[in-house]
Design a protein around this ligand. Structure first.
Ligand SMILES: Cc1cc2nc3c(=O)[nH]c(=O)nc-3n(C[C@H](O)[C@H](O)[C@H](O)COP(=O)(O)O)c2cc1C
Length: 187
């Protein structure tokens, strides 16, 4: 049976290089793993406990929760905005962290990677994402790391799937995340 990995991207722009990384991960997933790119984070309203009530959850947030419930692991792609996690990704984590104690991350393996323009590739944002998603109930795989600097120049002409070094790194990331699902199931 194929391991399903949900990809969440912390950038909404059409030409997002993080989205391109996620597209590459979809294509490069090894046999036995399927990466599914979640579409629709732009429609998820800001988390608000007043609307997170039975019968009142907005459709876009319910769709996100439903997508997350059905997967075995998560692969989060984060650029860096002003030294930290973009609001869209934090918002998704907040929705998935509730109901308290029964959120969709539920101890499932989570890896965080990404690209940003700065020389460190967005490590602050990716570290902050690991912190938040761990508190939200995910089993963060701390040693899966990939922060690619110079996003706007490196991927200006080349899609990540056609960048041999990045493609190899992404393939390894997905394979290792897949391996962690196996370990979690065997434990
Ligand atoms: C509001 C904003 C804040 C940014 N802050 C940072 C930053 O703190 N560090 C950094 O490396 N890049 C920063 N950038 C540049 C982004 O890393 C770069 O545009 C990146 O490619 C965005 O990701 P995307 O291509 O997936 O949209 C910022 C960009 C925006 C729009």
């Amino acid at each position: 049976m194929s391991v399903r990995i949900l990809a969440l991207v912390g950038s909404l722009r059409a030409g997002s290089h993080n989205r391109q990384l996620a597209e590459a991960a979809v294509k490069l997933a090894p046999e036995g793993a399927e990466v599914v790119l979640f579409e629709g984070l732009a429609d998820v309203p800001f988390y608000n406990e007043d609307i997170d009530v039975e019968g009142g959850v907005p459709a876009a947030a319910a769709k996100l929760r439903e997508a997350a419930q059905g997967v075995d692991a998560f692969l989060l792609f984060s650029p860096e905005y002003n030294g930290t996690i973009p609001a869209v990704l934090k918002n998704a984590i907040d929705w998935l962290s509730r109901p308290y104690g029964a959120g969709a991350f539920g101890g499932k393996p989570v890896a965080v990677i990404g690209t940003a323009f700065g020389q460190y590739g967005g490590v602050w944002a990716q570290d902050d994402t690991r912190k938040a998603v761990g508190i939200a109930g995910g089993k963060v795989i701390e040693d899966i790391k990939l922060s690619i600097p110079g996003s706007m120049t490196r991927f200006a002409e080349t899609h990540p799937v056609d960048d041999a070094e990045v493609a190899a790194q992404l393939t390894e990331v997905v394979a290792r995340l897949h391996g962690n699902v196996g370990e979690a199931t065997a434990a």
